[in-house]
Design a protein around this ligand. Structure first.
Ligand SMILES: Cc1ncc(COP(=O)(O)O)c(C=O)c1O
Length: 424
């Protein structure tokens, strides 16, 4: 890989030592050197400014450098940047736990903090498995998950992601064995799903699903009725339902949580990404009372044996509390719905472009699915040359901007997607 022109010193000296995510470093275009971010803009070291169309993997829901979050983190830094969370607790974490419990539907009241989405899902899988172990049931330790699903990059989360179409297909056959089936969305898949449970439910600890949107698997949407069917089936067999809202949580689909939109309450929910408004690494696995109760015992071995070193980091919790303030004080969900309308209108012309398979929008997620992308590097470069930061993957060009994005930047994003795809 060649370095870009005008690379700063730190780029020249550091780049040979860095290992990039999801990147074939031999063939990929070199990454851009970023100097700083503000609002919905990414400023490059060479002075160019890009409008951010994906809000850093949809974490920066209030845009970058929100003054309220910065002030909260800064005051917290004066008090305490970190302290271990075993035998010690602190105000930012307990305040956040109480606020999440209040915000989440039903009795999702028991919050376990960690530091990344994958770990939050790992914790959910462990919680669900131990839920049964603590009741003396050793046979229920596998999970039912769905094609198109993505739940993280660690070994256990890869094992509940799509084994064929997902990004970890190379590992197929080498991971812990779980069951990945079609979402029950039409007559055939509902019959197959129901029949599977009829045969195998007694070996399952639970069901794992990304509600309403399967993100990294291809920005695939499904309806509330699919989740309601899964919820009812989980209830029928006493299975724990884990909703992975790491992508969908905090307004992305137009309601605070996708589960709210779908009218279901999972037994365990996982949150991360926009939890801190994209400021710092933090994740939460939140369980309903019946799950927590299965761990409440006089027996030490019934405790949840998990404890990431940086769990409940006070700075991250302060950022998350400030982010929740902003959801209370500012009309984020209305903004998400306004973005939805802009995406609908702005991306509609893509439907007439040759090579476009589908255009779909849910909440503040806009997707243009192509039949294929021949030259990914060239496509990415055209977006950069047009002054926007959009990162297509597989056959998908998508926009998940900050919920605070202004009309002008929003229009520039959709216009650029249309123009670039027309030219492609
Ligand atoms: C639905 C879902 N689950 C889990 C993860 C993994 O989160 P992280 O990258 O923080 O480990 C992601 C990340 O994109 C996600 O979208």
């Amino acid at each position: 890989m060649e370095n870009p022109p005008l690379a700063p010193d730190w780029y020249e000296s550091g780049f040979p030592h860095i290992w990039l995510p999801y990147t074939q470093m031999k063939t990929a275009a070199p990454p851009l050197a970023v100097s700083h971010t503000h609002g919905t803009r990414i400023v490059l070291a060479d002075g160019r400014e890009l409008i951010d169309g994906i809000a850093s993997w949809w974490t920066a829901c209030h845009g970058y450098g929100n003054p309220h979050i910065r002030a909260a983190v800064s005051s917290q830094l004066d008090l305490m940047s970190h302290v271990m969370f075993a035998g010690l607790v602190h105000k930012p974490a307990l305040t956040l736990a109480a606020r999440l419990a209040k915000l989440l539907p039903g009795d999702l009241d028991h919050v376990f903090f960690s530091d990344s989405g994958s770990v939050a899902v790992e914790v959910a899988l462990k919680m669900a498995t131990q839920y049964w172990l603590n009741q003396g049931v050793r046979t229920r330790h596998s999970f039912l998950a769905f094609k198109g699903g993505y739940h993280g990059d660690t070994i256990a989360t890869m094992a509940v992601s799509d084994p064929d179409e997902g990004m970890h297909a190379l590992f197929k056959g080498l991971l812990p064995k779980h069951h990945v089936v079609d979402l029950p969305r039409d007559e055939d898949s509902i019959m197959a799903f129901d029949a599977f449970l009829e045969r195998h439910a007694d070996t399952l600890a639970g069901i794992v699903v990304e509600p309403l949107v399967q993100g990294a698997g291809g920005m695939l949407f499904h309806g509330a009725e699919v989740l309601q069917h899964i919820r009812a089936a989980a209830d029928r067999y006493g299975l724990l339902l884990i909703c992975d809202e790491i992508f969908t949580g905090f307004g992305r689909t137009g309601t605070m949580f996708a589960c709210d939109g779908a009218g279901i309450v999972p037994d365990i929910i996982t949150l991360s990404k926009a939890l801190t408004g994209g400021t710092m690494a933090l994740a939460a696995t939140v369980a309903r009372k019946k799950v927590f109760d299965a761990f409440w015992s006089d027996r030490p071995e019934h405790a949840l044996m998990h404890g990431p070193t940086f769990m409940a980091n006070p700075l991250a919790c302060a950022a998350a509390n400030a982010s929740l303030d902003l959801f209370e004080l500012e009309p984020r969900l209305a903004q998400a719905m306004a973005i939805s309308e802009s995406l609908e209108a702005g991306l509609a012309p893509c439907r007439d472009i040759v090579g476009v398979k589908d255009v779909r929008v849910m909440g503040a997620i806009g997707v243009v699915e192509l039949n294929k992308i021949d030259d990914m590097n060239a496509l990415k470069q055209r977006f950069i040359d047009s002054g926007v930061w959009v990162r297509p993957f597989n056959r998908i060009v998508y926009l998940t901007p900050a919920l605070t994005i202004g009309d002008e930047d929003m229009a520039k994003l959709t216009q650029t997607v249309v123009a670039v795809l027309k030219d492609a």
